[in-house]
Design a protein around this ligand. Structure first.
Ligand SMILES: [Zn+2]
Ligand SMILES: [Zn+2]
Length: 415
């Protein structure tokens, strides 16, 4: 592991002997100029350091160790995996790694890697890389483990760094060392989904070519350039024609409510009228805060999966459920929108894979918050869920005997 001491020593040795000392070529000119010490004086861009550098070289190395048959299986799984409709990029197969974009690496690292590779890698080797995946997701998204989220992420990343040489030769480079500074960066500037440099790069590109690759163009300009709030409100008004208002939309006039017992029971307890057919209205899609959820009745979804969701339960015994939204509906006496959901029960924990490894204790909490093993058989009865209980979209990996499900990490990152 690199320490400030051996870093300084190797750089000055390199400067004196004019040689290459473990990768150091001399003392940086910044060491004299900056009044705040590196790395505190500069933000490490996780999109370059973690995605384009470290993760990418790890993918190359892990792929190299697999047999050709397994490589082919994995490449198919990666390239065919569906995502929610608002993902502009999905995942690329590893044989195309030289052309991969940072967002595609992010999708593989955060979502696809564990579900797709867990059947093909040795558990201690996979467990070690899972430390990295969980740490990066904790640094990236909401503080899902409370105020200690960044401490837990740091414990994971330092264990990963510490054990790195027992699994790999010659890959322990400077970008890996940078990860040991992520916790202080997180404390100072917040989650990484708000820190990537790609928004600014794309803005420069946008000015150059008059084309953009993001859904958050206005927000990015306002945030990066500190543009006044007044102006921002005006922009919002002008664009309002393109934004979808919150609420259900895309009515489905032919939905047969009377064939569903859960809906009939629900209507009979909530409403006094006699005719379900006149009372209930079905919708194929629902929007809240610019997030659009699809349902199974929405036929134009193509290959995207935006109907598989995590939702809060009503009591606190299990915090979350998972399921497919069949459709949305309202009844005439109420303004509330409900989702009819096919529930898929949780049948195990991903941490069970690592019971025999030395990473089990450290990994369990984080990994079980990020990945869920869910049955492929849905419960007999449907759930009727008020839309305020929808938590987020999920990415669903079909692992033959079960699904592995992971919720979307962040909705507002530059894409
Ligand atoms: Zn350092
Ligand atoms: Zn009614």
């Amino acid at each position: 592991m690199r320490t400030p001491g051996n870093f300084a020593r190797d750089s000055s040795t390199a400067a004196q002997l004019k040689s290459n000392e473990k990768g150091h070529l001399g003392v940086s000119i910044f060491s004299e100029i900056l009044d705040i010490k590196l790395p505190y004086s500069i933000i490490i861009d996780y999109a370059h350091a973690s995605l384009l550098r470290h993760s990418k070289s790890m993918f190359v190395e892990i792929y190299r160790r697999l047999s050709p048959v397994i490589r082919a299986t994995i490449d198919i799984a990666l390239s065919q995996q569906p995502f929610p409709h608002f993902f502009h990029r999905r995942m690329k197969s590893f044989k195309d790694l030289s052309f991969i974009k940072a967002t595609e690496i992010l999708n593989i690292l955060f979502y696809g890697f564990l579900p797709i590779f867990h059947q093909h890698l040795q558990h201690d080797y996979l467990g070690h890389f899972a430390l990295y995946i969980c740490a990066m997701r904790l640094f990236h998204g909401r503080a899902i483990l409370g105020p200690r989220t960044s401490d837990i992420a740091n414990d994971l990343i330092m264990k990963y760094y510490h054990d790195f040489n027992s699994f790999y030769d010659g890959l322990e480079n400077f970008v890996l060392h940078l990860h040991s500074h992520y916790q202080s960066q997180y404390r100072m500037y917040g989650t990484f989904s708000h820190l990537g440099s790609f928004g600014q790069e794309s803005l420069i590109g946008y000015i150059g070519s008059n084309r953009k690759g993001t859904t958050h163009q206005g927000d990015i300009i306002c945030e990066n350039y500190g543009i006044d709030l007044m102006l921002h409100h005006q922009i919002e008004n002008i664009c309002s024609c393109t934004n979808i208002a919150d609420g259900p939309f895309d009515p489905d006039l032919n939905f047969d409510f009377r064939s569903n017992d859960s809906v009939i029971n629900f209507h009979n307890t909530e409403c006094t009228c006699r005719s379900i057919k006149c009372c209930l209205r079905a919708f194929r899609r629902y929007a809240v805060k610019q997030r659009v959820y699809h349902s199974l009745t929405y036929n134009r979804r193509q290959k995207s999966v935006s109907y598989f969701v995590r939702y809060y339960s009503k009591d606190n015994s299990t915090p979350y459920f998972f399921g497919k939204i069949v459709m949305f509906f309202k009844y005439s006496n109420s303004n509330c929108t409900y989702a009819l959901i096919e529930r898929y029960p949780v049948q195990g924990q991903l941490s069970d894979l690592f019971v025999s490894t030395m990473y089990y204790e450290l990994l369990s909490k984080a990994i079980n918050h990020l990945f869920y093993i869910v049955s492929k058989k849905c419960s007999l009865f449907h759930d009727i869920v008020h839309v305020s209980r929808l938590s987020e979209h999920c990415i669903v990996f079909d692992c033959e005997e079960y699904y592995i499900i992971t919720p979307v990490s962040s909705y507002d990152e530059h894409d």
